[in-house]
Structures are given as C-alpha cells and as structure tokens.
Design a protein around this ligand. Structure first.
Ligand SMILES: NC(=O)c1ccc[n+]([C@@H]2O[C@H](COP(=O)([O-])OP(=O)(O)OC[C@H]3O[C@@H](n4cnc5c(N)ncnc54)[C@H](OP(=O)(O)O)[C@@H]3O)[C@@H](O)[C@H]2O)c1
Length: 249
C-alpha cells in the first residue's frame, strides 16, 4: 500500500530541511526522486551525501518562480509522466506590518503562493499522464493559527491551503489527487537557533501537547502516505503534523 516502486517524483525545495526528508522517504519507498533548489552545486553535494547513505536522488535545479518548465523537463526526463509533485518551497519574511512594504509582501506571496500555482499548472500535463498522480503542497499551521508580526507568510500559507481545496475540487479524479501537508514546529537547520532557545522551550512546553519540536524526519511518513496507493480516496485534505499544537485550547 505504501510502495512507490516505479513512480517518478519531484520535490521542490528538496535540497534541505523538510523537503529533503520527504524526498529521501519517497526514494526509500521505491520512487525515482528529483530534488529541486536554486543551486545545482548545493543539490549535487546533497545528492552525493545521501548516496553515501544508500539513497539515490537526482537533481533538478532552478527557481520555482521563473524556471518551472525547465525544472519539470529535468525531473521528468523531458516529458515522461510525473507521478508525484511535492511542492515544499517556502520562504519567510518575518517583518511585521510596520516594517513590511507592499513590494516585500508581494515578493513573498509570489514565491510562496503564486509560484506554487505556477508549478502545479506546469506539472499538470505530466501528472495527468500518470495513472495515480499526486500533487502535494506544503503549507503550515500558520494557515490556521497566526503569530503576530508575520503577515505575508501567514497570508501565503492560508492561500495555499485554500488553493489545495480549490485544485482538489477542480482537478481531483480517479487518477489525480491534490492534498497538502501542514507542518508545525520542526527543528530543521533553518530553525536551529529557535529550537535551541531555552526561553522558547517554555512556550513549547505549554503550547505543544507533545512538549517538543518535531524531528525533521517525522514529516516524511505523511508525504509517503499521501503519495502512495494507500491515499487513493484522499483528496483535498490538509494533513497537519504538529504534535497537536493547533488542536489545543
Ligand atoms: N521547518 C518548519 O518548522 C516548518 C513549519 C511550517 C511549515 N514549513 C514549510 O515547510 C517547507 C519546508 O520548510 P523548511 O524549514 O524545511 O525550509 P528550508 O530549510 O528553508 O528549505 C527551503 C528549500 O527551498 C528552496 N528554495 C527556496 N526558494 C526557492 C525558489 N525560489 N526556488 C527553488 N527552491 C527554493 C531552498 O533551496 P535554495 O535556497 O538552495 O534555493 C531550500 O531547499 C516550507 O514550505 C515551509 O514554509 C516548515
């Protein structure tokens, strides 16, 4: 049920953090996986590192804002079907409303939301060639629970979750599903300083029922599930992986 042998997958933002964990898990489940990020050199270094651990990944470099088609050409080896697209690119601009100008807001929305639509649209012909296409967007618990002073990211992730529902309704079929994964607080490299901050641990103890940050590899099973035959009737959901943070009163 969770076997991905023979599947082709692309993970945008797959060169580090949660995207890389999801890419490795898809590969371990049998898929042929390409990871994307903006730097070919960085991706090749990751590919070589991961290969030394026995996991084979390909690289498909490019900026999702401007290079969607080129990334797909690489990932699909020029036109074959793509079975799984996990769009994990997400950048952050923590400027609050007093400091954030309209241009900065628009730039973040463009990267985190508009480019997700662009990638999905560009990938559609390839996903439609699959007999079990899976489009998986990576949102955030910020889509449903806001922290003050983070308006652009929060708006982008909220939009992404609504986009997931919209695409699931419009495109969902026996051979194509659209879902999202919403990570909570994960101790990725990007969050290393925050995760090590003792002042924040108090907040974690109170606000996360499991009283800890997520380990990056703990996001991966959600991706394998949604990508797999086991999720054949799951369409339009956001699978939240947050240790219970968003359901606590
Ligand atoms: N970590 C968490 O706790 C957490 C919580 C909630 C949601 N999320 C979401 O989960 C996803 C992954 O988060 P993360 O913390 O693992 O991220 P991360 O470590 O910052 O990695 C982001 C990846 O995206 C790539 N990237 C950024 N801009 C790109 C662009 N324009 N085109 C192509 N690639 C681009 C980066 O590679 P280059 O810089 O080399 O291009 C990098 O590989 C994001 O969508 C994030 O919003 C994370």
């Amino acid at each position: 049920m969770f076997d991905l042998s023979g599947k082709t997958a692309l993970v945008t933002g797959g060169g580090r953090g949660l995207g890389l964990e999801m890419a490795k898990a898809l590969a371990k489940a049998g898929a042929s996986v390409a990871i994307n990020g903006r730097s070919r050199t960085a991706l090749e270094a990751v590919r070589d590192q991961v290969a030394s651990e026995g996991v084979i990944l390909e690289v498909a470099p490019g900026d999702v804002v401007t290079d969607a088609q080129r990334i797909l050409d690489d990932a699909t080896r020029n036109g074959q079907a793509l079975d799984i697209l996990i769009h994990a690119v997400g950048v952050r601009d923590r400027r609050g409303t007093d400091d954030m100008d309209a241009a900065g807001f628009a730039t973040l929305i463009n990267t985190d939301l508009t480019a997700a639509y662009g990638m999905a649209k560009a990938a559609l012909p390839y996903l439609r060639r699959s007999d079990a296409g899976r489009l998986i967007l990576v949102t955030s618990i910020a889509a449903v629970a806001a922290r003050g002073g983070d308006p652009a990211y929060t708006a982008a992730k909220g939009g992404l979750e609504a986009l997931t529902r919209s695409l699931a309704v419009e495109l969902g079929s026996d051979t194509l599903t659209v879902n999202a994964i919403a990570p909570g607080w994960f101790a990725t490299e990007t969050n290393a300083a925050l995760a090590a901050d003792p002042a924040l641990q108090q907040f974690v103890d109170i606000r996360i029922p499991l009283k800890r940050w997520g380990r990056p590899e703990e996001i991966a099973p959600a991706a394998v599930f949604l990508a797999s035959p086991a999720a054949s009737f799951v369409n339009g959901i956001t699978l939240t992986v947050d240790g219970g943070m968003t359901v606590q009163m």
